[in-house]
Design a protein around this ligand. Structure first.
Ligand code: SF4
Length: 345
C-alpha cells in the first residue's frame, strides 16, 4: 500500500515574491537585458537561476553599475542610503520591496521621529532587518528571542516601541513580545501584527499538517527565513521535519516506515519544486495526494513604478481580513504614493 501525502494550502509564492519576480521580467522586457538586481531578489536559487538565464545580473551592491542602468531592489527592502546611492549614480530604480516590508519601514521611521527607543524582533543578519534598521534610530536594538530580551540594556521604565520582521514564527514572536512586556510594561507593540499574512497562513497550514503527518517536508532555501520557520513550527508540533531546497536533497531513508507525509513550501519557493517532490512520492511510494487547505489567499500587489526621484514609496492602505480560522486571508495594498525622503516615480 502506498503512502498518503497531505499538501499544504496555501504554500509557496506570496504576493510580494510574485510582484518582485514580475518586476524583473517586466523590466527586462521594457528596458532590455541586462537589468541588474541588488542582492538575492528572493531567497531561492531556482528563481535566481531562471532570472539570470533571462538576462538579470545579480549584484551585491550597486556601486559599480554603469550610469543609467536599471536596477531592481529586492523584496526584502533596503535602507534610505541605498536609494540615495542610486540617485547619486543616476540609476533607473525599480523598487520591488514588498509593500508589507515598506509598512514596517514606515513604522520604524515614525518611532524614530518621535524619539522613542525601538526594539526590532528579528534576525540582525537578515536583509530585511538590515534595511529596516536604516529607518530606525541609531540606538535601535534587535532581539531574536526571549534570552536576548533579558540582555537588553535599556533604562528601567523605558517605553520602547516594538516592530518585528515580517517572516518570524508567530508563536515565538508572541512569547518574545510577552517577555518585552514583562521587562518594560510601558512597551508599545504593533496595533497589527508585522508578521505578514503569507507567513501566518503558511504556518497555520503546516500546523494543520502536523496534526496527522508523521514526517513533514518543507521545500525552500536554507537562507529563507519563512521556510526555516515552517520547519521549526512543524518540529515544535512534535513532527519530524526537514527543510530541503529541492528533490535532490530528499533522503529516501526519511520515508522508511512513514505512512503520512506532509509537504509544504516557503513563500519564495516556485511550485515546480513542490511538483517534483510530489511526483517522486507518487512514482516511488505510490502516494495518494490530498490538499489540506486552511485558508484561500486572494492577495495581489500593484507592480512597482520606476523610481526616478528621491522620495519614498509607501502603501496607502494595508488591510488584513481575517478568515474563519483567524488567519489573515486577504490583504489589500493600494498603489504606492510618494512621501518626502525616499524615492518614487
Ligand atoms: Fe511580503 Fe510576506 Fe512575501 Fe515577505 S513573505 S515578500 S513580507 S508577503
Amino acid at each position: 500500500m502506498g503512502i498518503k501525502v497531505f499538501i499544504a494550502q496555501p504554500r509557496g509564492f506570496c504576493a510580494g515574491v510574485t510582484r518582485a519576480i514580475d518586476a524583473v521580467t517586466a523590466s527586462i522586457e521594457k528596458f532590455g537585458a541586462p537589468v541588474y538586481v541588488r542582492k538575492q531578489l528572493v531567497h531561492n536559487n531556482s528563481v535566481i537561476d531562471a532570472l539570470s538565464a533571462s538576462g538579470a545580473i545579480f549584484v551585491d551592491e550597486i556601486d559599480h553599475l554603469p550610469e543609467g542602468a536599471t536596477v531592481i531592489l529586492s523584496a526584502h527592502g533596503v535602507g534610505p542610503e541605498v536609494y540615495e546611492n542610486a540617485r547619486r549614480r543616476r540609476l533607473n530604480v525599480i523598487d520591488a520591496t514588498c509593500p508589507l516590508v515598506t509598512k514596517v519601514h514606515i513604522e520604524a521611521a515614525r518611532y524614530a521621529r518621535e524619539g522613542r527607543p525601538i526594539v526590532i524582533v528579528g534576525h540582525r543578519e537578515h536583509e530585511e532587518v538590515i534595511g529596516t534598521l536604516g529607518y530606525a534610530s541609531a540606538d535601535t536594538s534587535v532581539v531574536a528571542d526571549i534570552a536576548a530580551v533579558e540582555q537588553l540594556e535599556l533604562p528601567a521604565g523605558a517605553a520602547p516601541a516594538v516592530i518585528t520582521q515580517t517572516t518570524l514564527a508567530v508563536d515565538d514572536t508572541r512569547d518574545t513580545i510577552e517577555a518585552l512586556r514583562r521587562r518594560f510594561p510601558a512597551v508599545i507593540t504593533p496595533a497589527h501584527d508585522d508578521i505578514c499574512y503569507a507567513t501566518q497562513n503558511r504556518q497555520a497550514a503546516v500546523r494543520e499538517l502536523a496534526r496527522s503527518a508523521e514526517l513533514i517536508l518543507v521545500i525552500g532555501a536554507a537562507n529563507s527565513s519563512n521556510s526555516n520557520r515552517l520547519r521549526e513550527v512543524a518540529q515544535a508540533a512534535g513532527v519530524r521535519a526537514y527543510l530541503i531546497a529541492d528533490l535532490s536533497e530528499l533522503q529516501t531513508e526519511w520515508l522508511d516506515g512513514v505512512g503520512i507525509v506532509g509537504v509544504t513550501a516557503g513563500a519564495s519557493t516556485p511550485e515546480h519544486l513542490v511538483a517534483e517532490v510530489v511526483s517522486y512520492l507518487r512514482s516511488h511510494h505510490d502516494a495518494s495526494v490530498e490538499a489540506i487547505e486552511v485558508t484561500r489567499e486572494n492577495v495581489t500587489f500593484s507592480p512597482p513604478a520606476p523610481v526616478t526621484r528621491f522620495k519614498r514609496s509607501r502603501p496607502t492602505k494595508a488591510v488584513a481580513k481575517q478568515s474563519a480560522s483567524g488567519v489573515p486571508a486577504e490583504v489589500t495594498v493600494n498603489a504606492a504614493v510618494a512621501e518626502e525622503g525616499v524615492l518614487d516615480g
